[in-house]
Every structure is written in C-alpha cells, then in structure tokens.
Design a protein around this ligand. Structure first.
Ligand code: MG
Length: 252
C-alpha cells in the first residue's frame, strides 16, 4: 500500500534511528530463528517474537496493520508470505519464513529470513541459498546513480539462472516513517529503468522465490499467499540504506 507519493530521502539523524531500529530487529529475528525446532507451533514462534519485541521496548509493525493479527508473518513450505501464525506444528524437513517489522522512535524496520527445521532436502537447501544470494545480488545494485530496476533485474537473473522462479505479485518497498513507502521494488524486470537511486533512500528488498512456477494465490483467510502449484517458496529481506559508500544493510 502506497502511503507516500515520492521516494523520501532520509536525513543523517533519520538514518541513525533506522540503523538502531535495524540492529534491534536483527537481534530479534536471530533469537527467534534460534528457537525454531521440530514440534513448535507457528503460534508459539509468534508469542516469542512478541515477547522479544516487548523486551527490546519497540513496537510491532505488523500487528494490527490492515488487520493483520500477529507480530510475525510465518509462512511454511508452500506458503510464500503473509502466513498467519496458528496451530500448525513445524516438523523436521519443513522450511519456515519469518517476516518481522518493528517501529522504533517512529521509524520502521523490516526483515525476513527462511530457515529449515532440522535436516531439509538438498533441493530446499539450494532454494534457501539461492534466495538469500539473490537478495545480496539485488543489494549490490542499491547504489547512488544506479536505476531502481537494476536491483529487480539482478534478482531475477540470479534466480532464473538457478532454475527457480520469482514471485511477481508481491514486491519490496521503500521504508522509513511508513512501513510501505515508494518505490515499489519488483524482483523482476529489465535493467536500467525506473527512478535514479540517491543517497539517503532506504529500501526493503525482499525476493520471494519459488521452486516451481511463479504464480501464487491467496487463501480464504485473506492473507496467506501460497504457491499456485503447491511447491515450496522462500523469502529473504533486508532494509538497506543507499549511502555514498555503497549499500548499507541495516538489518544484518
Ligand atoms: Mg517488507
């Protein structure tokens, strides 16, 4: 959802707040990731996320956002994004995507990671590796005077070069005083189009990668996005600042 019409340029003070927000969020998601094990429910993962958010004295960005009922989006196996935590129990061999956002001093930070439960198949290992690597391929293009779609193109090229597909219907976004700011950042498209990137822009880059075809559908809960073919999907995301020294990953 667009909440601003132009791409905001953050001041040095705003960037410092976003750095702090990113550090806190990174600690939270790493702690949650450490708790993942066979037998845990997605609801329990969300409860831990909520506790950590409270402990760090920040505000959950997703809970209540357009009615979303939880602090974390938790998407398992064939679920792509926006999974609602619930009774589903994670089992050895599953993959689970955690997407968490926080508000710190009125600024937003957003990150996502996909992890395996116990031993996962070599195909799923490769899916996770390629999706994470594609995020870094995109991040490399987040530099001053480059065009936005170079990020999109780098992600698509890397993913498709590894014989997976990129989701089309959901995209990355600018971030700052709002969770979703301009620009939208697709994970596909031709190079060298779109706005020119400037120092002080902050982008949430978030490839969603499917083992099978790129098509998705939304379940009747109105939130959970699943792959059209039922095959697994992975999602990695970082909030990234564009600086004169190159991309600065805020949520690492
Ligand atoms: Mg996001």
């Amino acid at each position: 959802m667009k909440q601003s019409r132009t791409i905001t340029i953050k001041t040095a003070e705003e960037l410092d707040i976003l750095r702090e927000a990113g550090k806190i969020l990174s600690k939270i998601i790493k702690e949650v990731q450490c708790s993942l094990k066979s037998g845990i429910s997605t609801e329990q993962i969300d409860q831990l996320t909520e506790k950590l958010i409270k402990d760090y004295k920040v505000i959950p960005a997703f809970k209540g956002y357009r009615g979303f009922p939880a602090c974390a989006c938790i998407s398992t196996n064939e679920e792509v994004v926006h999974g609602i935590p619930g009774k589903r129990i994670l089992r050895e061999g599953d993959i689970v995507s955690l997407d968490v956002g926080i508000i710190y001093k009125n600024y937003y930070s957003d990150t996502a990671v996909t992890a395996g439960i116990g031993n996962i198949s070599s195909e799923l290992e490769r899916l996770l590796q390629v999706t994470n690597d594609s995020l870094y391929e995109g991040i490399k293009q987040a530099k001053v005077d480059s065009k936005l779609s170079n990020i999109s193109h780098a992600i698509q090229k890397y993913v498709e070069g590894n014989n997976f597909s990129v989701v089309r219907e959901f995209v990355g976004h600018g971030i700052g005083k709002n969770l979703h700011e301009d620009p939208e950042i697709p994970n596909f498209g031709p190079p060298d189009t779109g706005p020119v990137l400037k120092e002080g822009m902050v982008l949430a880059i978030e490839p969603m990668v499917n083992i099978g075809s790129w098509q998705t559908r939304i379940l009747s809960d109105g939130w959970t996005v699943v792959t059209g073919d039922g095959k697994q999907s992975a999602h990695f995301e970082h909030s990234v600042a564009i600086t004169k020294n190159g991309p600065e990953i805020l949520t690492e």
